[in-house]
Design a binder for this molecule. Structure first.
Ligand SMILES: NC(=O)c1ccc[n+]([C@@H]2O[C@H](COP(=O)([O-])OP(=O)(O)OC[C@H]3O[C@@H](n4cnc5c(N)ncnc54)[C@H](OP(=O)(O)O)[C@@H]3O)[C@@H](O)[C@H]2O)c1
Length: 228
């Protein structure tokens, strides 16, 4: 059984991905701050392992992820689906700060722990859900779009680092448009995608990469493979 952790699995895209991975024979660690929602999910599936923590509490993130990985018995895939985004036309600094804390500091703490873990085991996949919003600034939600631009750039850095290491570590940045979750706010939203459709597309994209690797691996002649 493959092992995955989803950061931000209590609702929306993360929750949808957790259910889809479970249907595809994954053992999954689910995280988020809302303990009652994690408990509800745990009761739905014996292959769900739960750990409640706030990614902004960067002093505990590493310890919580170590514990969850030990409970799962390893880690092949970690998906960062945590994030917040609020409309903030009045530039309330508290909203901007909260957004930066979660989408930049917490995000970086989780991404770094994951990359270092994968580097040690020389394989695995880090996936993060950034946003198409990261491509341009927004007058309605300046911090949200700016933090998503940070994520896109940071992930590119990690992808480059993985390539240089010449190991089987993959870093994937998913940039959805609008998805029908608690986060999608505002009026006049257009082309809003249902969660189920979004997570199916993410799953196909993420696992196709592994399908390709599996196909290549299967075709490597035994004498060469034994030397790898
Ligand atoms: N919905 C969209 O239109 C859309 C479009 C593009 C990109 N995205 C991105 O997709 C990702 C998932 O969003 P969503 O739409 O699925 O929204 P969502 O339903 O609000 O889910 C966000 C998840 O993040 C977790 N989270 C938030 N702050 C956290 C913190 N400090 N520590 C730990 N977990 C935290 C939440 O769990 P708790 O509250 O339990 O902690 C929740 O599980 C986000 O990064 C978002 O920016 C969304």
């Amino acid at each position: 059984m493959k092992k995955a952790i989803i950061i931000g699995a209590t609702s929306g895209i993360g929750k949808g991905l957790a259910k889809l991975l479970a249907d595809n024979n994954y053992k999954i660690g689910l995280t988020g701050r809302r303990v009652e929602l994690l408990n509800e999910l745990k009761n739905e599936n014996p292959n769900f392992y739960i750990k409640s923590f706030d990614i902004n509490d960067t002093n505990v993130v590493g310890q919580k992820l170590d514990e969850l990985t030990t409970e799962l018995g390893g880690l092949d895939l970690l998906i960062i689906s945590s994030g917040i985004g609020d409309i903030n036309e009045n530039l309330d600094f508290e909203i901007e700060k909260r957004t930066i804390d979660t989408n930049v500091l917490g995000f970086t703490c989780v991404a770094d722990w994951t990359f270092n873990y994968l580097e040690k085991q020389k394989s695995g996949h880090l996936v993060a859900i950034s946003s198409i919003g990261g491509l341009r600034g927004s007058r309605q939600a300046p911090a949200y779009n700016a933090t998503k631009a940070y994520q896109i750039n940071y992930l590119e850095g990690l992808r480059q680092k993985a390539k240089k290491l010449n190991t089987s570590i993959f870093v994937t940045d998913i940039r959805p448009g609008l998805v029908d979750t608690e986060m999608a706010k505002g009026e006049g939203l257009f082309w809003v995608m249902p969660v189920e459709k979004t997570v199916r597309q993410i799953y196909t994209y993420v696992t196709q990469r592994w399908r390709l690797i599996a196909t290549i691996l299967k075709r490597i002649p035994r004498p060469i493979y034994d030397k790898m």
